[in-house]
Design a protein around this ligand. Structure first.
Ligand SMILES: Nc1nc2c(ncn2[C@@H]2O[C@H](COP(=O)(O)OP(=O)(O)OP(=O)(O)O)[C@@H](O)[C@H]2O)c(=O)[nH]1
Ligand SMILES: [Mg+2]
Length: 165
């Protein structure tokens, strides 16, 4: 994907039905979705502007069989959001996604979604050294702040990668 200098690419990962598309809906005013009966089968795409900078947001399909699609979407990403269904807890897919992000040193945050069904689980909080943001994607709760937190991590990484001297 061709991007201008300051533009950022974020990908939303997570298990099937965790709320990835709903999260993207809340972040982006304009978007495109490729779905079949409400299930993402290829990707979601939208963009938004935060503090004057354009952020491209891709939503990945959660079903296991779309692994190839997640790999395509992962190309050249700057940061990731892992949306987990907090009422179900971490799935094996979530664990694989997180491992992958860690192995590739990609900045990421976890959205512990569906807080309306089951509020945050503190055990989960202590398992990771990344921000866990409680969200209710359906109501847009926590979503914007979560993205801003991620963008902060992305920026910080950029600074670390290119020291001034
Ligand atoms: N109760 C509750 N339901 C939610 C929330 N966020 C999403 N949902 C519901 O969860 C279902 C799945 O949401 P999607 O956003 O389509 O999930 P997804 O992760 O994109 O699903 P796939 O792309 O098929 O993997 C829908 O019925 C949503 O309305 C939430 O915060 N609370
Ligand atoms: Mg989806």
């Amino acid at each position: 994907m061709m991007r201008r200098n300051k533009e950022t690419k974020i990908v939303i990962f997570g298990s099937y039905n965790s709320g990835k598309t709903t999260t993207l809906d809340n972040l982006c005013e304009k978007k495109t979705k490729v779905e079949y009966n409400g299930t993402t089968i290829a990707l979601d795409y939208g963009n938004t502007v935060i503090k004057g900078e354009k952020v491209h947001v891709f939503g990945s399909p959660g079903q296991e069989r779309f692994k190839f699609m997640r790999e395509i979407l992962s190309e050249d990403l700057d940061g990731a959001i892992v949306v987990i269904d907090n009422s179900k807890g971490l799935s094996t897919t979530d664990n694989k996604i997180i491992r992958n992000l860690k192995d590739n040193s990609i900045p990421y945050v976890i959205f512990a979604n569906k807080q309306d069904l089951k509020p945050c689980d503190y055990e989960l909080n202590s398992m990771f050294d990344v921000p866990i943001i409680p969200t209710v994607a359906k109501q847009g709760e926590g979503i914007q702040q979560g993205l801003e937190k991620l963008l902060h991590l992305v920026k910080r990484r950029g600074v670390n990668n290119f020291p001034k001297n």
